[in-house]
Write a protein that binds this ligand. Structure first.
Ligand SMILES: Cc1cc2nc3c(=O)[nH]c(=O)nc-3n(C[C@H](O)[C@H](O)[C@H](O)COP(=O)(O)OP(=O)(O)OC[C@H]3O[C@@H](n4cnc5c(N)ncnc54)[C@H](O)[C@@H]3O)c2cc1C
Length: 410
């Protein structure tokens, strides 16, 4: 009997599960092995900083794949083990259990890991937020309304601040730029939106970096580069994430802040692909490399890779318009495209004062990004314009003009 084709997916989370499901949806009847470092069944991460952290949903409510579903899809689910090395010449993946897995096609979906300065790790009371275990640990740390210091005013930091404040904690966000989210939204818009956390009672310490944490075994204080000191019982470090690629060293797979891929999400070695947070691929729509740490990209790229494995290179390549959402203090922010602090920002619907508006980020005559605040319908309307403008810049964009945006109902 002919040997069945085997697709091995490393990383049993959003991009990996989406790849496995899409392979089956497209009728693939070979073997699908899903290797995941975490012991838990795959779960969704956006609720970790929102409803799960707030205690509004249990872990069972954010599962991406149950045992029964894995069985029904005939997935060989290997949880609690890590891919440790790759030998493309022999088409072998080594696991940290000592097992060697042969593959015909391999998908790298090992995601990203939270950054943490090494000298901060030693203190009790210092948290990152990437996994369900991180979220459960932070949830118990937030009980009893402690003083919470959130280091980093990006999306995750701002969401943790929102949830912690909602739980009655005294919260300070430390951001070296002039306002939270300024790196993504630009100063003008970020300063306008800073009123949202301030009105909710969050303290903002912007414009000075955190120099160090202080305390004995437990963290007690945050010291800033401007010399000031702020007491803290709990510190949440939200200073970004790094792609998980260390296990690929020596494999011949090219890596540079992510797994380098062409427009078909194929890596530098044959029959090895990457999807999700870990992938840095050439987006033909923008004519440049991108690595995107957003939910929608992980799902879409996983599905794209599955299709490419089964049908070969897709015309136009993988050319999405980036999309991300964030929920903070009861306000929903949605961003499409690639807004840049250098762009001109124009509010085209609603107003900042109403906390319901749509802003366009413009480069010359073109719309490069859309920010919708409490305006999902505005996002639908203006995202179309964004896609059309992108289409005007290159032939690949036309495919995406009318495509809906995937987003879970978290
Ligand atoms: C707290 C939080 C809130 C978020 N909120 C939003 C949001 O509101 N909106 C939005 O658009 N995005 C949000 N995101 C981002 C979104 O969740 C990620 O983009 C998405 O999870 C990426 O999926 P992934 O499968 O590529 O990677 P990951 O989710 O990081 O999964 C990778 C998996 O691979 C495993 N792994 C790592 N190394 C190995 C190895 N060597 N062998 C086997 N397995 C390995 C990891 O343990 C992990 O389970 C949020 C992320 C976090 C952490």
């Amino acid at each position: 009997m002919a040997r069945k084709r085997r697709v091995v997916v490393t990383g049993a989370s959003l991009a990996g599960v989406r790849t496995a499901r899409a392979l089956r949806d497209r009728g693939f009847d070979g073997e699908v092995v899903l290797v995941g470092a975490e012991e838990r069944l795959p779960y969704d991460r956006p609720p970790l900083s929102k409803k799960l952290l707030a205690g509004e949903v249990p872990l069972s409510g954010i599962q991406l794949l149950s045992r029964d579903e894995a069985d029904a899809l005939d997935l060989d689910l290997r949880l609690g083990c890590r891919a440790s090395a790759l030998a493309p010449a022999r088409r072998m993946l080594a696991l940290d259990t000592g097992e060697q897995l042969r593959y015909d096609d391999l998908v790298i979906a090992t995601g990203s890991a939270a950054r943490m300065p090494t000298d901060w790790e030693a203190y009790a009371g210092v948290h990152v937020l990437r996994t369900a275990d991180d979220a459960l640990a932070l949830r118990s740390a937030l009980a009893g309304s402690p003083h919470v210091a959130v280091v980093g005013g990006g999306f995750i930091g701002c969401e943790v601040a929102s949830t912690a404040r909602g739980l009655g904690c005294d919260v300070t966000v430390f951001e070296p730029l002039a306002a939270p989210m300024a790196r993504v939204l630009g100063y003008e818009m970020a300063l306008d939106l800073a009123g949202i956390p301030l009105d909710a009672g969050v303290r903002l310490r912007c414009g000075a970096a955190v120099e160090r944490l202080e305390g004995n075994e437990r963290v007690e204080r945050v010291r800033l580069t401007d010399g000031s000191v702020v007491p803290a019982d709990v510190v949440v470090v939200g200073i970004g994430a790094r792609p998980v690629t260390d296990w690929l060293s020596g494999s011949g797979v090219s890596v540079a802040d992510g797994v380098l891929c062409d427009e078909h999400c194929a890596t530098s070695v044959p029959d090895v692909y990457a999807a999700g947070d870990v992938a840095r691929w050439h987006n033909p729509l923008f004519g440049r490399e991108m690595r995107i740490e957003h939910w929608t990209n992980a799902t879409e790229q996983g599905a794209f890779v599955a299709r490419t494995i089964l049908e070969g290179p897709q015309s136009g390549g993988y050319a999405p318009v980036p999309f991300v959402w964030s929920d903070q203090h009861g306000v929903k922010l949605q961003i499409a495209g690639v807004p840049d602090p250098s762009h001109r920002v124009r509010i085209v619907e609603g107003s900042v004062a109403q906390r319901r508006f749509v802003a366009l980020y413009e480069r010359g005559e073109r719309t490069a990004g859309v920010l919708a605040v409490n305006s999902p319908r505005g996002m639908v309307t203006y995202r179309r314009r964004l896609a059309q403008d992108d289409a005007a810049e290159g032939p690949a964009g036309a495919r995406f003009a009318a495509r809906p945006v995937a987003q879970p109902g978290d």
